[in-house]
Design a protein. Structure first.
Length: 482
């Protein structure tokens, strides 16, 4: 079984969020099982700096005046082959996959990701010695692969899997783009990939998909509802028979407190007392009160409405009044960033704040904090709650998506059967969140019970092995569908 895995980002070469982690870990896990999976990614500057990069001799004409060379290399610390689209006009820029260095969205993102999809179609049909049985697409940025395959060869036999990591981002662009890209108008209909008069990259991905996956079982159900479907719930309701929710895993070579090179004090379930040193280091780093007995609540997140940061800020004074500390890492909406700055200014000994992407600090926070806050309004899967469990930093989450699937609430029943791994609340309400935090802090003060929950969380199976097997089963079902 040969799989071409198409993604706009991949750790450690270009990572914005969880998608980058998944697109590193899943292909790595599938190759370890024996699958011939190879990844197609744009030629960003850091990708082109790989030491083993070579030319394949393949050149693609993406449009009349836009040519791309296809290079190859291995994903760092992995045996996953990369195919790299070297097109300087589109990808050789400073900034992220989606934004310039000032945080502004690239104005030509529609073209940049349309041509990522077109390159995948061209290579799959006649460009490589590796002919894929399946093209595995990831989110809206790869949603036009099927449209280009149909345009280039309507009778192709390649199967398409579409993975939805976040349905909220759909890639909606003017219909004039269809002519600019020389795409067919055949399926620009309400039953195809037209959405309120616009071209929808995500809807195109769903329309042409032979199989659809989401990153948790609960999210697979949620997106079929009006509340979480972002206008595509009708399309998804018609495709439930070919939709599977598979909870993400984590890469235990990267996220493992026993061997993590980013943290000062490594630890495991047998010497959990050593974890406290990591907390003291964080407290000193932010000039906070240094005391290992003060409960530290952490947030590592895009600072956006989806993640429920406003819910935390609305009750921040109450949390601090409970004798806790708060630490935040991330960037996002200007209003939330400003509120966080003001909070840190008012409570410098109790609040730590770094407005940045910082991979090393993310590991250090996971190792040092006691409780990890994820009050998301929706969360397709979430990875930080999985990292947190493995680091003995108990997650406190809202019951939605992958958070509902992965965190077992600390209730008397779950304590009794030794399955509790964190704390869960139900509604998008700051008072419910505060009540859940107060409940968690009450348990935190019972050190014996807290240690038992930590060990249960750290021992929970969160590796990619089981998830990779489920994806392979979906590939088999996809290939069997005729």
């Amino acid at each position: 079984m040969r799989v071409l895995f198409v993604t706009p980002e991949i750790y450690p070469l270009m990572k914005i969020g969880g998608l980058g982690d998944v697109c590193h870990s899943l292909p790595t896990a599938m190759r370890a099982i024996g699958l011939d999976v190879r990844v197609l990614i744009p030629g960003y500057p850091r990708v082109l700096a790989l030491p083993d990069i070579q030319s394949t001799g393949i050149q693609l004409t993406l449009e009349k005046h836009l040519v791309a060379d296809i290079l190859t290399a291995l994903l760092p610390d992995s045996n996953v082959p990369l195919y790299i689209i070297d097109c300087p006009d589109l990808y050789r820029r400073a900034g992220t996959a989606y934004h310039d260095t000032d945080g502004n969205e690239w104005p030509d993102n529609a073209l940049r990701f349309a041509y990522l999809s077109k390159a995948a179609a061209l290579l799959a049909l006649n460009g490589l010695d590796f002919v894929p049985d399946i093209i595995h697409c990831n989110d809206w940025t790869t949603g036009l692969v099927g449209a280009f395959l149909y345009q280039l060869q309507p009778t192709h036999s390649i199967k398409l899997m579409m993975s939805i990591h976040n349905l909220a981002h759909q890639g909606l662009y003017p219909s004039a783009l269809i002519e600019e890209l020389d795409l067919s108008w055949t399926h620009f209909t309400i039953e195809g990939y037209e959405y309120n008069g616009l071209l929808s990259f995500m809807k195109a991905g769903l329309f042409y998909a032979d199989w659809i996956t989401t990153v948790s079982p609960t999210y697979a159900k949620e997106i079929c509802t009006e509340r979480y479907g972002h206008g595509l719930q009708g399309v998804l309701q018609q495709k439930t028979a070919i939709t599977t929710g598979i909870l993400n895993g984590i890469d235990l070579n990267v996220w493992n407190p026993e061997i993590d090179p980013h943290i000062k004090q490594n630890y495991n379930t047998f010497n959990l007392n050593k974890k406290q040193r990591n907390k003291k280091i964080l407290q000193k780093q932010w000039s906070m009160t240094v005391d290992e007995n003060i409960p530290m609540l952490a947030v590592i997140s895009r600072l956006v409405h989806q993640k429920g940061l406003d819910l935390i800020l609305d009750i921040a004074a109450d949390i601090l009044h409970e004798g806790a500390q708060l630490v935040f890492l991330g960037i996002g909406e200007a209003e939330l960033e400003q509120r966080l700055r003001q909070l840190q200014k008012q409570h410098p000994k109790s609040v730590g704040l770094t407005l940045a992407h910082d991979e090393a600090l993310a590991h250090q926070i996971e190792a040092g904090a006691d409780i990890f806050l994820m009050p998301s309004r929706f969360e397709p899967c979430g990875l930080n709650q999985l990292y947190s469990m493995h680091y003995g930093t108990l997650p406190l989450v809202r019951k939605t998506g992958g958070l509902a699937d992965s965190v077992i609430d600390t209730t008397p029943a779950h304590l009794n059967d030794k399955t509790a791994t964190g704390f869960v609340f139900a509604e998008e309400d700051p008072q419910q969140l505060l009540h859940c935090i107060q409940r968690a802090l009450l348990v935190y003060r019972d050190k014996k019970t807290w240690r038992k929950i930590q060990k249960t969380a750290m021992d929970k199976e969160v590796s990619w092995e089981n998830s990779a097997e489920q994806y392979i089963q979906c590939y088999r079902q996809c290939l069997a569908e005729e």
